[in-house]
Design a protein around this ligand. Sequence first.
Ligand SMILES: NC(=O)c1ccc[n+]([C@@H]2O[C@H](COP(=O)([O-])OP(=O)(O)OC[C@H]3O[C@@H](n4cnc5c(N)ncnc54)[C@H](OP(=O)(O)O)[C@@H]3O)[C@@H](O)[C@H]2O)c1
Length: 233
Amino acid sequence: MTLKDKWILITGASKGLGREMALLFAEAGANLILTARSTELLDELKTRVIAGGGECITVAGDLRDSAVLESVKSLCIEKQIDILVNNAGVVDITKLEGVSDERVDEVIELNLTIPIKLTKAVIEMFKTRRRGAIVNVNSAGGKKPVPDHTIYCASKYGFNGFAETLKLEIKGLGIRIISVCPGKMATELFNAAGRPMDTGAFISPREVARGVLYMLEMSPKCSHAELNVDRMS
Ligand SMILES: NC(=O)c1ccc[n+]([C@@H]2O[C@H](COP(=O)([O-])OP(=O)(O)OC[C@H]3O[C@@H](n4cnc5c(N)ncnc54)[C@H](OP(=O)(O)O)[C@@H]3O)[C@@H](O)[C@H]2O)c1
């Protein structure tokens, strides 16, 4: 499958893995809908995508804001997107008694509820066309427990359960689900959670993005695929 002229929504496109996927998909000829809160970072990315000959629409805002989420959903239908990339996420590294209820809501909403709602928004369109791909950026923490990542792992295990069960529901309908489960990557994720780390030995998000591109470009005969990348320790 080629990405040329395909419309792709990437959530969390301003930084890290989302940004690397945006740049690679644009190089492959895709048109992009990009979301995140950082207007300036999205604008800079949009300029690069357009300079490369692609179309690009940005939606700057918090995906937890229902007006922002609704406008993203509407754009998915208006542009008849071919690929949904559920990438935006936050991490929390706190023992359970130290996590506020608001933070529990934020992590579950961004990492689990919003991907479910976006998938729900496009699934009928994908079913009708009998094609479409959904890239779910999960985590190694969605498959094995990580100390003090209790809420994060709960969100990512839930996301994995959602995707695995959806695969049964869409069997034979030409829709592909790609799960991406990296170990620690060198991105802003830990800084954003107030837990800066030395990322020198972490996986490069560019390499993970290249893996996602490879999987998207596989023949339509390949249905679901999973990219697991463990960190050398
Ligand atoms: N880094 C790792 O070690 C690692 C490992 C495994 C899995 N992952 C997963 O990889 C995905 C991407 O994370 P990353 O490592 O690339 O982190 P990142 O560099 O912090 O990027 C996170 C992205 O999500 C956006 N975002 C965060 N909160 C948002 C909100 N409320 N509304 C809209 N957008 C929001 C951020 O943009 P703004 O700040 O501009 O809103 C940013 O574009 C996440 O799902 C994460 O769980 C990461």
